[in-house]
Design a protein around this ligand. Structure first.
Ligand SMILES: Cc1cc2nc3c(=O)[nH]c(=O)nc-3n(C[C@H](O)[C@H](O)[C@H](O)COP(=O)(O)OP(=O)(O)OC[C@H]3O[C@@H](n4cnc5c(N)ncnc54)[C@H](O)[C@@H]3O)c2cc1C
Length: 499
């Protein structure tokens, strides 16, 4: 065992899409800063950001019904939908900037256009979808959305879903062609390749074990080479904990007051993947249904055309489940070891409150393959078991904390940046809407952790992300301009579909 010590400006922990995005932003804003990355796996983008571990939806609320809840008076609340959509526009702009400036090549390798659709059955759900359509379709951010409850039209939009459908219940769908399928794994690896070429030191197969404040005001990050067992200490002025499900335990190790009273609840996932290319070729959309009662928002079933490893494929899911691991590559002890005297009451309160969710997750874990096929047949009535396999998706660790609104032990479904008061360390917790909002969340880290640099950095941020700080919902002309130009640059306007 040897002990080295180095000094650097920034340490990023974890090589997922969040660290990739923050590293790329900081490299643009402060090109001279020294950045180091430590990743415990052998490559970047192998945990939640990997293409097989998430659904690859460029979340912009075009099809996800949980972003448009029905209010008690029966009207549709579109506030959250606008918010999610605005955040995705920031990602589109940053990725376009990177493509235009030659830092990312071949956007088709990480983003493709795909219609986003919502599909419902039954009178109540059909009425809800129609109201949702009316609430959204006149809004500038959701232009181009179409609605139909005509089975003949639906057969044209979603032939695979309509084939063999015998129910006499009303059905309806909305469709918007400006949706996207994003390969976040490919994007992450492309961003890290670019960072590497720009002198960012990325060390794989190296696990961060400890994070400690030093007397000189820096952070000491202790890492272990997984193969050789060698331990090294690296000091940095700023540390970002972008370890996905591993972030909570590392945050707890920092001892900062902001890390107290926070817990994590892991939710695992499974997708069904179609290995029959003839079936996959009959579907061309991301089609989101409605969550079952008691189901968490992230387990809304959807049938997605995906582009993975250069091939068009078809995924259905996710089926939620329970595993005590915080990372797919984690340990069965992750949940239990995340409980400490600071958060035990928060965790116990959550345990009492979340009985419905726990019951739902246990039911999901116990589903047999036949039962999963039944769920799939609600989407594809003629689905055959021999065409479908199971793939294990990534782990999501939902944040549990005490809130004024929800009280002790409230389960959060969003992402959350936790940082020290002086901004010298920050961690990203939570999973939704996730990778799609990476640029928005990492800009929040930049703004909150580097307030003294913001005056100097603001013009560069505006150059990279022209709508930064501006509401696109309130500036429809700017939205149109940005949406059109990013579609062109990222190849989402159909102009390079044969490439
Ligand atoms: C089933 C599922 C479906 C999803 N669908 C979507 C979707 O459709 N659209 C969307 O936008 N988002 C989606 N998400 C969310 C999205 O995948 C995540 O928000 C995003 O990938 C998180 O990125 P990250 O960089 O924070 O974490 P990760 O990608 O998990 O990266 C964290 C990295 O840190 C490393 N690490 C952990 N601990 C240590 C340590 N101690 N030392 C060194 N390295 C460490 C890990 O090995 C990993 O590589 C989905 C997630 C899941 C699980």
């Amino acid at each position: 065992m040897s002990s080295n010590q180095t000094n650097t400006d920034v340490i990023l922990i974890g090589a997922g899409v969040m660290s990739a995005t923050l590293g790329t932003l900081l490299k643009e804003l402060a090109p001279d800063w020294k950045i180091k990355v430590f990743e415990k796996l052998a490559n970047a983008g192998q945990e939640s950001s990997n293409e097989w571990n998430n659904a690859g939806t460029g979340h912009s609320a075009l099809c996800e019904l949980n972003y448009t809840p029905e209010k008690p008076d029966g009207s549709i609340d579109i506030t959250k939908a606008i918010n999610v959509n605005e955040k995705f526009q920031l990602s589109r702009q940053f990725w376009s900037y990177l493509v235009k400036s030659g830092q990312l090549h071949n956007p088709r390798d990480f983003i493709r256009p795909i219609p986003h659709m919502s599909f419902v059955e039954g009178e109540t759900n059909t009425a809800f979808l129609k109201k949702r359509f009316h609430a959204l379709s006149n809004h500038p951010l959701f232009q181009g959305m179409q609605f139909s409850d005509d089975p003949e039209q639906l057969k044209k939009w979603i032939p695979l879903i309509m084939d063999g459908r015998t129910s006499s219940e009303p059905i309806a769908a909305t469709k918007i062609d400006s949706g996207t399928d994003v390969n976040f794994g490919a994007l992450t690896r492309m961003l890290f390749d670019h960072l590497k070429q720009n002198n960012v030191e990325i060390t794989y197969k190296t696990r961060v074990e400890k994070i400690k404040r030093t007397s000189d005001g820096l952070w000491k990050v202790t890492v272990q080479d997984i193969e050789s067992g060698t331990i090294e200490d690296h000091k940095a002025k700023f540390v970002f904990i972008g370890a996905g499900g591993g972030s909570l335990s590392l945050l707890q190790k920092t001892g900062i007051p902001e890390s107290k009273h926070i817990g994590g609840f892991p939710v695992s996932g499974l997708f069904m993947v179609c290995h029959n290319p003839e079936v996959a070729a009959q579907h061309h959309a991301k089609v989101y249904g409605k969550a079952k009662i008691g189901a968490p928002p992230m387990s809304v079933p959807h049938l997605d055309t995906r582009y993975i490893e250069g091939k068009q494929t078809l995924l259905f899911g996710p089926f939620a489940g329970f595993s005590p691991k915080f990372l797919k590559s984690g340990s069965h002890l992750d949940l239990i070891s995340s409980i400490n005297p600071n958060n035990i009451l928060t965790m116990l309160a959550a345990g009492v409150k979340q009985r419905v969710l726990t019951k739902y997750l246990i039911q999901q874990v116990l589903l047999s393959n036949d039962q999963r096929m039944e769920a799939l047949r609600e989407f594809i009535p003629k689905a055959k078991s021999e065409d479908w396999d199971i793939v294990v998706a990534g782990q999501r660790v939902q944040v549990i904390k005490d809130t004024d609104a929800g009280g002790r032990g409230t389960l959060q479904f969003g992402t959350e940046v936790v940082r020290s008061a002086d901004g010298s360390i920050a961690a990203l917790l939570g999973a939704s809407p996730g990778a799609s909002t990476a640029v928005h969340v990492m800009l929040e880290v930049v703004q909150k952790c580097f307030p003294d640099q913001m005056n100097e950095w603001e013009p560069k941020i505006k150059e990279m992300i022209p709508s930064h700080g501006v509401s696109l919902a309130e500036n429809p002309e700017l939205f149109q301009e940005i949406h059109t130009s990013t579609a062109q640059t990222l190849g989402l306007d159909g102009s390079d579909s044969d490439k």
